[in-house]
Ligand binder design. Sequence first.
Ligand SMILES: [Ca+2]
Length: 97
Amino acid sequence: MSNTATFGRFFAFGAGDINDDGTSDIFIGDYAAVGVAGRVYIYSNVAGSLLRTIEAEERIDGVGLGRGIGDMSGNGINDLIYAAYTFSGAAAGGGKI
Ligand SMILES: [Ca+2]
């Protein structure tokens, strides 16, 4: 688990059923983990166990804003959307999803 002050501060949402056990799981963003790279955590809503982490691509991405969005692609698997709000690949601090 993250020990930064921003773990779940603003970004804790339903993630949809990520592990296909029939219950919705929990999305927690920590936009200042690993310096300010950020990290996303997905926890089981049943066992409380960590199911998955999503790491930033760059060291100042600010990854962590996001949530489950259901099955947007229609393939039977729930999808997530998350942002790197300080990503600067296209424009300084422009962010990306
Ligand atoms: Ca689940």
